[in-house]
Ligand binder design. Structure first.
Ligand SMILES: Cc1cc2nc3c(=O)[nH]c(=O)nc-3n(C[C@H](O)[C@H](O)[C@H](O)COP(=O)(O)OP(=O)(O)OC[C@H]3O[C@@H](n4cnc5c(N)ncnc54)[C@H](O)[C@@H]3O)c2cc1C
Length: 472
């Protein structure tokens, strides 16, 4: 009998597997797809021989993650490009908010807001590792850097719209809007400042890295580490019922609540199942991958050097777009996240072509292809962009889910961040990774700390399960 089986081979499933295998436990990962990696994979989506990321593309949380820091993934082939500019937020008149890795350089560009921006972030950036260590764990954890955590906690509960009121320039307000919109919530909701602050901190700390070769390189390195510790992977192994698995002492489900209720419900208490059923999913995503015959002609020269460009215009425009999404309307001018990996990793394009990754938030349940609005938004800040398109591939929310059952309705966040789910995922419990059954654990983006390629949910679920394994 195996010690552990992990269901789901995304970054969290791999992190759970590595955690068991490294501790000497026998473990297998069961993955539904024929390739491992979940929303951390790369492939030729457009059909022109280039390498496009199917899900995650830019990895601020991987560098910061205590899980990733505990591994030597360089020796498993993983290398990063870390641009000097993490994020750019272009505005209509050619100006832009620019998040350089250097906080001082960023502040200098913000005019009358410079000092205020620097003062707000300097204490957090100075101890960014301590802060992220705290933010990437359940909130009951004792912070290793209590002063930094307290400073963060002082502002994090605010709506991003309140935080933005402290700033006068469109550049500073735009930067905050772009970071906060990663919450996929209206910017007037409480706690959206926590996203604005954390993304700002990572942008000025380790930066927003892009893995050479694409997100697949992260997955391949994790899989290589996993097998080197003795773990094994089963591909094309979709689990519809826990009873389909061979016997093991514990199971970690790196899945979302709806799947867990369906697959493992019979082994869980009625109370825990009701909690799973109360879990809310977030809006979907509409993704467009492009091949261009040259780089994106951004008006802002800094955008041509940035890891990510937050396309949406001034704070009010971004707020309106996210408000529309939450209200079930397709935004006229959607907020779009754009990255052009070939600027830093030219090998991903063929014959000098550029690869561009873009996605926007789509109202929940909406499966309409409104990608022409994504094209229009990029063209708005990069005139001539459309003329450079030689190939284009649209992925609608339903297609995201078809490629990976964890992306329920195209939800890229593993569940909504509204209300208590920003802090308590998937249910309000002392230990979010445990269930009502001591043999079953949960370790996907639907658990604390949530979405992103950081592996913390998988690692913490496996760590909890190990306590059971090692005390029995
Ligand atoms: C379009 C998009 C863009 C994103 N951009 C970024 C980004 O730039 N940076 C970032 O940090 N994060 C980004 N994310 C989020 C990030 O990719 C996810 O948070 C992360 O991959 C979650 O990891 P996971 O292991 O929990 O789940 P997933 O990566 O979703 O993996 C789940 C795995 O479980 C498998 N599975 C599901 N059901 C079963 C079953 N019944 N049996 C067996 N296997 C099953 C699936 O096939 C899949 O392989 C993005 C996500 C998407 C979709």
């Amino acid at each position: 009998m195996l010690d552990a089986i992990v269901v789901g081979g995304g970054p969290n499933g791999l992190a759970a597997g590595v955690t068991f295998a490294k501790a000497g436990h026998s473990v297998e990962i069961w993955e539904a797809n024929d390739t491992i990696g979940g929303a951390c994979r790369t492939g030729d989506l457009v059909g022109l021989g280039c390498r496009h990321d199917l899900g995650a593309a830019v990895q601020p949380l991987a560098l910061a993650s205590p899980f990733f820091r505990s591994l030597e993934l360089g020796s498993h082939g993983l290398a990063w490009a870390i641009p000097d500019i993490s994020a750019v937020h272009p505005l209509d008149d050619g100006r832009a908010g620019v998040a350089y890795r250097s906080l001082d350089e960023t502040a200098q560009r913000l005019g009358i807001d410079g000092d205020r921006y620097r003062n707000m972030l300097r204490p957090l950036v100075a101890d960014s590792q301590g802060l992220l260590d705290f933010a990437l764990r359940p909130q009951r954890s004792i912070p290793t850097a209590p002063a930094t955590a307290l400073r963060f906690a002082g502002r994090a509960p605010l709506p991003a719209s309140w935080l933005a009121r402290r700033f006068r320039t469109d550049e500073a307000r735009g930067l905050l809007a772009g970071h906060a919109a990663h919450a996929i919530l209206p910017l007037g909701r409480p706690l959206t400042s926590s996203f604005a602050l954390l993304f700002a901190v990572t942008s000025h700390g380790d930066g927003w890295p892009i893995p050479i070769g694409g997100a697949q390189a992260i997955t391949d390195a994790l899989a290589s580490a996993f097998t080197s510790f003795g773990g094994s992977v089963r591909l094309g192994a979709r689990i519809d019922d826990l009873g389909d698995l061979p016997k093991s002492r514990v199971v970690v489900l790196a899945l979302t609540p709806r799947q867990i209720d369906r697959i493992a419900g019979g082994a869980l208490s009625g109370r825990y199942r009701r909690a799973l059923r109360r879990f809310r999913y977030g809006p979907g995503a509409l993704k467009v991958d492009y091949v261009l015959d040259g780089p994106v002609p951004w008006t802002s020269v800094e955008a041509r050097r940035a890891s990510t460009v937050h396309v949406g215009g001034c704070f009010e425009d971004v707020a309106q777009a996210e408000h529309d999404v939450a209200a079930g309307r397709i935004p006229e001018r959607p907020f779009v996240l754009v990255s052009e990996p070939t600027l830093f990793d030219p090998g991903r394009g063929i014959g000098g072509r550029s690869v561009v990754w873009a996605y926007t938030h789509a109202p929940r349940g909406c499966d309409v292809d409104f990608s022409s609005r994504i094209d229009d938004q990029i063209e708005r800040f990069a005139p001539g962009f459309k003329d450079r398109i030689v190939g284009r591939h649209v992925t609608r929310p339903s297609q995201l889910e078809a490629s990976n059952a964890n992306l329920v309705g195209g939800d890229v966040g593993g569940g909504s961040y509204a209300g208590r789910q920003i802090l308590f995922r998937p249910a309000v419990r002392w230990n979010p990774y445990s269930t009502s059954n001591q043999q079953i654990y949960v370790g996907s983006a639907s658990t604390t700390p949530g979405a992103g390629v950081h592996g913390m949910s998988g690692m913490l679920a496996a760590t909890t399960a190990r306590t059971h394994l090692e005390t029995k």
